[in-house]
Design a protein around this ligand. Structure first.
Ligand code: G4P
Length: 197
């Protein structure tokens, strides 16, 4: 999505260690008008899918997911990251390993909010190694629901997440795919995506 790529080029910064900072419009301050345009693009890309629910994970996926949910006129559920798992049988749970933060955490969703008849679009701000998205897919499968697709704002195409999820036959649409970036020059190379606006 050219609008998002242009914004990343203008306001994003490349940090050492392959980290892309987008705090001024996605990860700290949020540009809701940009989110609205992104939501419209997700709506167009997934128009053929019978989506009745959006699922994301706290924290920074929630803002984008809310705007996407409004565009699709469906509810949004966010999975909670938890230190101590509540084993009362009332929740679907899985473990997510964060390579960036070098730790494993439990992720939970109440059984009240995921049902076998749900057709779910997963939304998140970043995909790197794909561990967060894999965790959300696990929760959806635990509930017996259907994964209709995954919508990501920024995919780091040089990390393994995109390939890992797509190879499971799951449709992944990322509005900007960074194929390479250089912390010294600030140069960012995006993958060409002719199907996007
Ligand atoms: P993965 O889920 O794709 O495997 O990602 P990984 O464990 O490598 O990254 C952990 C966290 O760091 C995720 O957020 C992910 O969105 C974020 N992240 C990864 N690479 C970048 C990057 O280059 N720039 C930015 N801004 N974020 C990145 P999280 O742990 O879920 O935290 P939260 O911020 O959503 O609460």
């Amino acid at each position: 999505m050219k609008l998002l790529e242009d914004r990343i080029r203008r306001d994003g910064t490349v940090k050492p260690g392959d980290v892309l900072k987008v705090d001024s419009f996605i990860n700290h301050q949020m540009d809701v008008e940009l989110f609205e345009q992104m939501a419209k693009e997700f709506r167009r890309l997934f128009a053929d899918r019978p989506i009745n629910k959006i699922l994301t994970i706290e924290a920074s996926g929630i803002g984008i997911a809310c705007i996407v949910a409004r565009e699709f006129h469906v509810p949004v559920v966010f999975a909670k990251k938890s230190q101590s798992i509540n084993l009362d049988g009332e929740s679907y749970t899985t473990k997510v390993e964060s390579f960036t933060h070098k730790r494993v955490y439990d992720v939970i969703v109440s059984k009240k909010y995921l049902n076998p008849e749900d057709h779910i679009l997963i939304i998140d701000d970043f995909m790197a190694n794909g561990c967060a998205v894999e965790g959300l897919i696990d929760l959806i499968h635990e509930a017996g629901a259907t994964v209709e697709g995954v919508g990501i704002a920024i995919e780091k195409g040089f990390q393994r997440g995109g390939q890992k999820i797509r190879s499971q036959g799951i449709r992944v649409e990322s509005l900007a795919i960074v194929d390479s970036m250089n912390a010294e020059t600030g140069e960012i190379v995006f993958r060409d995506q002719p199907n996007q606006s």
